[in-house]
Design a protein around this ligand. Structure first.
Ligand SMILES: NC(=O)c1ccc[n+]([C@@H]2O[C@H](COP(=O)([O-])OP(=O)(O)OC[C@H]3O[C@@H](n4cnc5c(N)ncnc54)[C@H](OP(=O)(O)O)[C@@H]3O)[C@@H](O)[C@H]2O)c1
Length: 355
């Protein structure tokens, strides 16, 4: 399909007040640990994404410098957006209280962090605040979500979402009366933990999934097809994180079989391994959007082709045939990552929110 025939990026009504691009530009890759970031280049890249129809951006209070960078982008292009020369931008941030602070959280503390996000972004009312809680053994997540809901009622937040919650704990928050609209979770051809209980829960409560890890930090691309298993240390934090998922999936040999399968499907559709892997998630029930990490615009031309093809039953059963032989990752959403002292937990940074 030629550039002129491309469909562009689909959009999705997360609520009747909030429409997103189904591909969301991820911000973690600009927060350090993924190579140096040139501010002007990063701002120019954001513009390229928005012009391509990827108008929704994901960031977090703990992604160092990223809220401020998006704030600078918004203020630089405010007039162009107002004139309609540039599409409106939706910003999804997160509220990720430090693990060491979970037991002492207060309403004022929650509000101070939300106010800091509003200041950094230069936004009166945050579109979506996605709430993360490191440790279910520490009580307080329902109270923290209720604090966010109060800030929503006060007009500082438009919508409350969560990230990395499993169905049982999300249920407690919903039962307490917080109108949660989304759960940001890892979901990919390698990791189907959201399926089953989480997807059923979301269907019952009208909650949508926003998914990360769809290209496993770059592993689910042609770059890793037919290459030997990489040795540690890996190039960046994403690859370190997703290599653990590949290990859980069944190891490098099975991963190579998956890449070969994705490559065959990609050739059939004139697509790439990365877009086939991402498309797989986009076609899943309850998935509103995928968050694709971007250090630059290198993969933008590839990404915008996501809606130019559809995976058919034959494609899906070829992928399932490999998945059936996988060992994991098992458990509920983010369960492995919560194992204290576990492989996944050992690479995390827990206390990035100190001001
Ligand atoms: N809630 C959470 O706990 C959580 C956790 C992780 C991420 N996130 C969010 O999700 C976003 C995405 O992060 P992720 O971990 O899921 O990373 P990802 O999207 O799986 O991987 C991003 C990397 O994959 C490569 N890539 C992307 N598109 C490609 C394409 N079309 N072809 C070839 N390579 C491609 C690029 O690597 P190169 O630049 O090296 O080529 C890019 O930096 C983050 O920025 C963040 O906003 C949230």
């Amino acid at each position: 399909m030629s550039a002129g025939e491309m469909r562009g990026i689909d959009r999705y009504d997360l609520t009747d007040q909030h429409t997103i691009s189904r591909v969301i530009k991820g911000g973690w890759q600009l927060a350090g640990g993924h190579g140096s970031v040139d501010r002007e280049q990063a701002l120019a890249d954001m513009r390229a994404f928005v012009e391509a129809g990827i108008t929704t951006m994901d960031c977090a209070d703990i992604y160092t410098g990223v809220e401020a960078l998006i704030g600078a982008f918004l203020s630089r292009h405010e007039a162009a957006i107002e004139r309609g020369d540039l599409p409106a931008v939706q910003v999804h941030t997160k509220y990720v209280p430090d693990r060491d602070a979970l037991s002492t959280l207060s309403g004022e503390g929650v509000e101070a962090i939300i106010d800091r996000s509003r200041r950094r972004l230069g936004i009166e009312r945050l579109d979506l605040v996605q709430f993360h809680w490191w440790d279910y053994d520490v009580p307080g997540y329902v109270d923290a979500a209720l604090h966010l809901n109060r800030l929503r009622k006060a007009g500082k937040i438009k919508h409350v979402g969560v990230t990395n919650f499993d169905a049982a704990h999300l249920g407690e928050i919903v039962d307490a009366g917080v109108p949660v609209v989304s759960n940001q979770v890892q979901y990919s051809v390698l990791d189907q933990r959201p399926e089953g209980r989480m997807v059923d829960f979301c269907a019952r409560h009208d909650i949508d999934l926003l998914c990360y890890g769809t290209v496993a930090g770059g592993f689910l691309t042609g770059r890793y097809l037919g290459v030997p298993e990489p040795e540690h240390p890996l190039e960046n934090r994403s690859l370190t994180k997703y290599k653990l998922i590949i290990d859980d999936f069944g190891g490098w040999a099975l991963f190579q079989e998956l890449l070969e399968t994705l490559q065959a499907i990609a050739e059939k559709h004139g697509a790439s391994i990365a877009t086939v892997a991402t498309r797989y998630v986009l076609q899943k029930p309850r998935v509103a959007g995928v968050i694709v990490g971007a250090r630059n615009t290198n993969h933008l031309d590839d990404t915008v082709q996501l809606f130019d093809f559809v995976l058919d039953a034959e494609d899906l059963s070829a992928i399932e045939a490999v998945q059936e032989r996988s060992e994991g990752p098992g458990g509920t959403v983010y369960e492995l990552e919560r194992i204290k002292g576990g492989r996944h937990a050992s690479i995390m940074k827990y206390n990035l929110n100190r001001t």
